[in-house]
Every structure is written in C-alpha cells, then in structure tokens.
Write a protein that binds this ligand. Structure first.
Ligand SMILES: Cc1ncc(COP(=O)(O)O)c(C=O)c1O
Length: 401
C-alpha cells in the first residue's frame, strides 16, 4: 500500500529534520558532551516517587475524572491562591461556582497548550507567538489550520506589548507569552506582563501564559508580586498576578521540569471557566485524563522544597554567562536552564555551520533555526552534570576565540 499518499498534509507539513539531525549525529558520537537536553538532571525527590508508587500499590490505576483527581485539584487551587491570588473553585465543573475561574489537570503542559489551541482557533485565525519559540508552538497552530504569527524578540528576547501590537489583526485570538522562556531563558518583568495584559484586554485577545519553568527563576529576575501576597517574597513575574487577570489570562504550568518528572506527562491549566469547560470536553474525547497514579504522585510535589536544586542551577547559569560572555554575546537568562548564545559574527558562520564544528568536537547543542526563523544562535542546556558542562564550555571557548 502507498501509505505516503494517505498521510495528511497536517502531518507532512511538520519538519522535524533540524532537531532530528542533531540527535542522529549525536547518537553516532562516542562519549558526547550533551548540552542539548531539555530536562533537569537532579533525581526526583523521594516523597514524590513514594506517593506515585503507593498510588499504584493502592490500586489507583484506573481512569480519573477528566478534570483530574480532587486532591490534586485542591492542591493546585491552594497554590494558586497564595501564588497568584486567584480564587479558583476546585470542584468538578458541574458543581463549581460559575463566577469563579476553573482548573484542569492535563497530560503534560503540552496537553494544556494543544487543547487550548484546539478550543480557541478556527482555520484562518491567528496566534501571536514569540520568535525564538518552544518548538511545539507553530505546529499546534498549523495543526488546527490557524496561522502562527511570529513576534521577533531579538536581540533581548523580550515579548513586549510594543512588539506585539503591530502584529494584531481582526483574526488574532491569542498571544502566547512564555516566561521564563525556552530557548532563551528570558524572564518577563512585571512591567512587560502588565503592558501585555493591558494590550490583550483592549483588543479582546486571550493572553496564554506558559509558565512551565516558573520555579526556575533566579534571584536577579524575581520581582515582588503586584498584589503583595505570597509571604512577600520576590518571584517570577506573571501576568496572572494583576487584578482581575483570572478572567483574561489562561495560565499553564507543569510538574515535569520543576520536579524532574518530564516522563510523567503532567501539567495544569487555570483560567476563564468558559474555556476550561471547552478544554475539559476536548480532553474527555482525546487524552481522557492525565495518568492516574502519577496525579497522586504530583499531590506530594507541592510539599517538596526545590530551592537547593534551583540555587545549584543558578550557579551553573552564572558559570555559563561568565565564561561565554568573554567570547560572544549572551543575553543573561533569568530562568529556565538554557542560554541562547550568539555565534560571533567575526566567525562568518551560520549557527547550523557552527553546530557542525561543535559536533566535530563531540559537543551537542541545538541550532537556533530549530526555534526560530533566524540561524544566528544556538541553545545550550546547563541541566547536565558539572563535568559535561565544563567540557562543553571549554569546546565553545576554543571554537569562538
Ligand atoms: C516552553 C515549554 N512549554 C511546554 C513544554 C512542554 O512540557 P511538557 O513536558 O509538560 O509537556 C516545554 C517542554 O520542553 C517547554 O519548553
């Protein structure tokens, strides 16, 4: 059978060759220095593992409510109350207070993004996403027939209202903010968040805030909360913290990166109840529910302190910036565990050509054109052991000098 003739354009349009090429070449390297990985290298904290194991042993292995198990929803709601000052109703949608925002546990942060795009975008609609972007963003637009409109954020990688405003059209349905960002690690300021929220409100466009890396925000990028709550500690700025945001912001967060459980496929979404209702319907007929036993594991997450791991990542960030800034331009990442590093112009190389040189030195990093229309930077992940990071930085210093 000619299977190729049966494949839909939607699937054919997705070009995964850039990233696949790096991984394929990397697989052939002996003892590669792998700075391409987008997940934490610390072990999953014991209480979280134990909670998931106990859940399996106690027979929590069946389907759950599509919205997620009640204990996890309650934990998320409690966290959102202190962190963003939202009064979310954790009860199932059928019995929840209709005037309050809703919450749903999803199959990864990706699941929440995918369902939100499906629920909001009709063919021909537009979604404004940052460039550089997390690889999935343009594809989840085109999969629903919508148009991804790229907001060029070079050279500082800030998605500001001033950069977004000229891109708005009558077809724009949503603006996607990702802070801290993948691939640049850039954290939006309170001012950036407020101005973007005001612009979106004025134009009746939904602001989706992908905050999967919110826990990985380093001290210099944290700011006091605009509502003054959360024990007064400075935190990662979020548009969700501004008064009334729960009606205009769709907040997406995850467990995978924060606790090192990326394979558990767990995230959550909170925001306008009308949208949660639609997303819940779509989840019912696609993913059905997030993994059952692992939802029980995630209940333990909220009581685990990750500050030691975050402090360790901040030290690595400092090392990356201090060493590479001597040989090229690095926008200081305020969060996540990536740096988006410019290939020095004096080398006269595209980032793809530079990556070939890295591979010749057994170093794996990701060329910027996997995340962008431009081919001038590469993404380095410092979520790796100290020896690999040290070896990788030494190769980069040698190649860039
Ligand atoms: C910005 C961003 N959003 C979403 C995701 C997807 O995360 P999850 O594994 O929770 O689906 C990632 C994963 O790398 C990411 O970097």
């Amino acid at each position: 059978m000619d299977i190729d003739s049966l494949i839909a354009d939607r699937a054919k349009r997705i070009d995964a060759s850039g990233i696949r090429r790096v991984f394929d070449l990397g697989a052939r390297l002996k003892d590669p220095i792998n700075l391409s990985i987008g997940q934490p290298d610390f072990p999953v904290p014991e209480p979280i593992k134990r909670a998931a194991i106990d859940a399996i042993e106690n027979n929590h292995n069946g389907y759950t409510q599509t919205q997620g198990i009640a204990t996890l929803r309650e934990k998320i709601v409690e966290h959102l109350r202190t962190d963003v000052n939202w009064d979310v109703d954790p009860r199932p949608l059928s019995s929840a207070d209709a005037s309050k925002p809703g919450v749903m546990v999803t199959s990864g942060t990706s699941g929440a993004l995918m369902l939100a795009f499906q629920a909001l975008l009709d063919p021909g609609d537009e979604a404004i996403i940052p460039d550089p972007y997390f690889v999935m963003y343009p594809h989840i637009c085109t999969m629903v027939g919508a148009r991804p409109v790229l907001c060029d954020t070079y050279p500082d990688f800030r998605m500001t209202a001033a950069r977004v405003e000229p891109l708005l059209t009558p077809r724009t349905k949503l603006v996607l903010l990702n802070s801290p960002s993948n691939p640049a690690g850039v954290v939006a300021s309170n001012k950036d968040c407020r101005e973007l929220l005001e612009l979106c409100r004025a134009k009746n466009v939904l602001l989706i805030s992908d905050e999967i890396y919110d826990t990985f925000t380093y001290a210099d990028a944290c700011e006091p909360s605009p509502f003054g709550g959360g024990s007064g500690a400075a935190r990662c700025p979020s548009p969700a913290r501004f008064p009334g945001a729960e009606g205009d912001v769709f907040l997406i967060r995850g467990f995978g990166k924060t606790y090192g459980v990326t394979g558990w496929r767990l995230g959550y979404a909170a925001g306008p109840r009308r949208l949660i209702e639609e997303i819940s319907k779509l989840q019912q007929y696609t993913f059905v529910c997030a993994p059952s036993a692992l939802q029980h594991g995630a209940v333990a997450c909220f009581d685990v302190d990750m500050s030691a791991q975050i402090a360790d990542y901040q030290k690595r960030r400092d090392m990356v910036v201090s060493r590479l800034s001597k040989v090229t331009d690095v926008t200081v990442p305020g969060g996540a565990f990536y740096a988006f590093v410019k290939v020095p112009e004096r080398l006269g190389l595209t980032a793809s050509r530079f990556i070939d040189k890295c591979l010749e030195n057994s170093l794996l990093v990701i060329p910027g054109n996997v995340f962008s229309k431009r081919d001038t930077h590469f993404r380095l992940s410092y979520a790796t052991d100290a020896r690999s990071l040290e070896r990788g930085l030494a190769v980069l210093e040698k190649l860039m000098r």
